[in-house]
Design a protein. Structure first.
Length: 61
């Protein structure tokens, strides 16, 4: 897998993932589990949704 998530994109994904999980926890809603998706893609530094569009937010190719 080629890395296609840059550092700024990664920080945004981590913040959003934690925020969604916290929202689900405080509202006692299982939909907060959706927050795992941005967290996993941030830590893997690879987003499958970027592939069909050829998007890469990394500075290095």
């Amino acid at each position: 897998m080629k890395v296609n998530v840059g550092s700024t994109d990664r920080v945004i994904r981590i913040v959003l993932g934690v925020a969604i999980i916290a929202w689900g926890y405080f509202n006692q809603n299982w939909l907060g589990a959706i927050g795992l998706v941005p967290l996993v893609t941030a830590f893997m530094r690879w987003c499958p949704a970027y592939l069909p569009f050829g998007i890469s937010t990394c500075k290095t190719e």
